[in-house]
Design a protein. Structure first.
Ligand code: SAM
Length: 563
């Protein structure tokens, strides 16, 4: 055993040496040392046992080690709650002004210098993950107003031990941002939507954008997410939409969660506006008698329910009437770098100041986090003031509006949120022409080789030209919702611009039909450009395809001419 401890010490020394090259680093703590020594001992003792026993033993040991780690982790509080979930607020700013959340004039904003930079967010996130956080949710303010949101998601996803990165958003800009976020690795998204009625949305948020939020939800579904839709229930605002939201889950694979209205300073909170969980379930059961509870995970804040046969499900976040403090595994990091151990607590500790101080080592920063976690109370006090007993007397039994349009106006999505092609049968047959261009920057050497027609693979320009024509004819096979159009002509020109060291491709496509051919022209130049790349890549990979763009189109509802 002494030998093993010695070996562990050596490993620790090597480890420490590596860590100390990072800023704010420190040597491993005593508990880290203990963990390492135990893990090393465990590994050696197990050698030589039979495979089955070894697997079972090592599984048990891993579980024990994990439990020991959790018990000694700075993220475990004095009530034994191990915090594996971190919510990071990326900004105080928001592009909506929901009246229960923010005053009409907005909140006073701190100077940018006080807010965490991208590097600081990622630095603190790494420390939390090294101490045991496995899930991070980005929130705000509105997290999507921060320009580095995609980069932050991508960098968080690069942390090997982090299992899940999610975002809570008002959904206003998802149609623009969700694809890049998905490419960056975003695992899940919660979209806030308190009403299925456009006019009410504009009233409560004091802004336009309801259609965009609905389109964002539809897009999330199309991209394979099962979004959570967060709805704060408020008496005299949306209580008559409770069953409409249940209806919303009939065809859509979404998880609508009703949040109990919470008291925050400045939101003019009134007890009587709270609609409790039990009251809501009662209202739903009057219309959906088989509305039933589903099993919940150990740290779920939401109580899951569903109507059998519906594509989506419902949930209740009962922060006010049935708090879930006993299983709370959440910590919060504010946009200005404070750790907050409870949403309802006033106590915050600045990690930003520690991070920016030359004197603070990473070990001391971890100690600071640990001492904040240790001060977490057994439960929050916010709900104690609410007398919910009167709530049941108040609700009106209004009939849901079943025929309301809840779907987006996206032309490529049907009433079930599924992709569809646009029906062009009613459109007039006209002559349609579209022209597009693209450039391939090839550099000096390749320019000379193309000019002399000396590339080993053959004549780049004429093969690219042919590829462009073939590409245009394949457009409907490549672009999911494009029509299969009978083209009357496709002309592709490939020109070497020697001075600019690039190949210019131009495609002009024509048809007589009910829909345009801009996608055909763009596909033609894109495929021709890729062909140039393919012909040249044996000589150099320093080739760049640029400015794939439409130059003009005519014959449809809206003509276009690039200036
Ligand atoms: N801007 C993002 C959004 O709209 O989702 C993230 C921040 S927002 C403050 C996070 C969530 O808190 C939203 O779902 C919002 O509805 C909810 N919320 C805000 N004020 C609330 C209140 N007084 N009671 C209950 N939930 C509230």
């Amino acid at each position: 055993m002494r030998l093993l401890v010695k070996r562990a010490k050596l490993m620790l020394f090597q480890c420490g040496a590596q860590i100390s090259r990072r800023p704010f680093s420190g040597m491993a703590t005593g508990s880290q040392f203990h963990r390492l020594a135990t893990a090393t001992a465990t590994k050696t003792v197990a050698t030589g046992a039979q495979q089955h026993d070894l697997d079972t033993d090592s599984h048990l040991r891993e579980t024990t080690i994990r439990q020991n780690q959790a018990a000694t982790s700075p993220l475990t509080d004095s009530f034994g709650r191990h915090h594996t979930y971190l919510r990071i607020s990326l900004t105080e700013r928001c592009n909506l002004r929901c009246d229960y959340c923010m005053p009409a004039e907005g909140v006073p904003l701190q100077p940018k210098s006080q807010l965490l930079t991208t590097e600081e967010v990622l630095h603190l996130a790494r420390i939390f993950v090294e101490q045991g956080v496995r899930k991070i949710r980005l929130t705000g303010g509105e997290p999507t107003v921060r320009r580095d949101i995609v980069e932050i998601v991508a960098q968080l996803k690069a942390l090997p031990e982090l299992e899940h990165v999610g975002i809570t958003t008002n959904g206003l800009v998802l149609t623009r941002l969700l694809l890049p976020l998905q490419r960056a690795g975003l695992d899940s998204l919660n979209i806030s939507l308190d009403t299925l009625r456009k006019d009410r949305f504009e009233r409560i948020t004091r802004r336009k954008g309801w259609e965009r939020v609905i389109a964002g939800i539809d897009l999330a579904i199309q991209l394979g997410y099962r979004p959570k839709v967060n709805c704060v229930l408020m008496r005299d605002f949306n209580e008559d939409e409770i069953c409409d939201f249940v209806e919303f889950t009939r065809e859509r694979p979404v998880d609508v969660r009703f949040i109990e209205y919470m008291p925050f300073s400045g939101n003019k909170w009134q007890t009587e506006r709270l609609i409790s969980y039990s009251e809501t379930v009662k209202i739903i059961r009057e219309r959906f008698p088989d509305f039933q509870a589903l099993p919940n995970g150990p740290n779920d804040t939401s109580k899951a329910y569903a109507v059998p046969g519906f594509a989506g499900q419902m949930g209740f976040i009962t922060s006010m009437t049935e708090h879930f403090c006993g299983t709370c595994n959440r910590l919060r990091l504010t946009a200005d770098g404070n750790i907050k151990v409870c949403l309802f607590g006033n106590k915050e500790y600045s990690l930003r100041d520690a991070l920016r101080s030359d004197q603070c080592t990473e070990e001391q920063l971890i100690e600071l986090i640990g001492s904040a976690v240790q001060r977490k109370k057994r439960q929050h006090a916010g709900y104690a003031t609410v007398d919910i007993r009167q709530q049941h007397l108040l609700h009106p039994h209004q009939k849901p509006l079943l025929h309301m349009r809840n779907y987006s106006n996206l032309t490529h999505i049907d009433a079930q949120g599924k992709a569809k092609m646009v029906d062009v049968a009613a459109k007039a047959q006209t002559t349609r022409v579209a022209t597009a261009e693209a450039f391939v920057q090839v550099g000096e050497r390749l320019t000379a080789l193309i000019a002399a027609n000396e590339l080993a693979k053959g004549d780049v320009l004429s093969i690219a030209q042919l590829a462009g024509i073939m590409g245009a004819k394949q457009t409907s096979q490549l672009i999911p919702l494009c029509h299969n159009i009978a083209l009357s002509s496709v002309r592709v020109q490939a020109t070497l611009l020697e001075a600019e060291k690039c190949v210019r491709l131009e495609a002009s496509v024509r048809c007589t039909g009910q829909t345009g051919v801009e996608m055909e022209a763009l596909t033609a130049v894109a495929v021709a450009a890729l062909t140039v790349y393919d012909m040249c890549k044996a000589v150099s990979h320093d080739i760049c395809i640029t400015n794939v763009r439409l130059l003009s189109k005519s014959g449809g509802k809206r003509d276009f001419q690039r200036q």
